[in-house]
Write a protein that binds this ligand. Structure first.
Ligand SMILES: [Zn+2]
Length: 73
């Protein structure tokens, strides 16, 4: 299975490569959406474009989330 998939990005307004969520991103998404541990996040992909923090549901482009900016210490 390829590690990236080109999908439309809500933020970039164009088709961009998307990658699977990291473990941290998946945890954030579970928190944000109130998902149970048994709900998988495999259908969620994150835009790989530099500086873009949008993740989307693979099959449903109306479902997407915007990750908060990274902590700047
Ligand atoms: Zn994007």
């Amino acid at each position: 299975m390829p590690t990236t998939q080109v999908r439309a990005c809500q933020t970039c307004k164009s088709d961009e490569p998307h990658r699977h969520l990291t473990a941290e991103e998946a945890t954030w998404l579970r928190d944000k959406r109130g998902l149970r541990d048994s709900d998988n996040t495999h259908d969620w992909w994150k835009c790989a474009r530099e500086g873009c923090r949008t993740m989307r549901h693979y099959w449903n482009h109306s479902q997407w989330e915007q990750l908060p900016p990274p902590d700047e210490d």
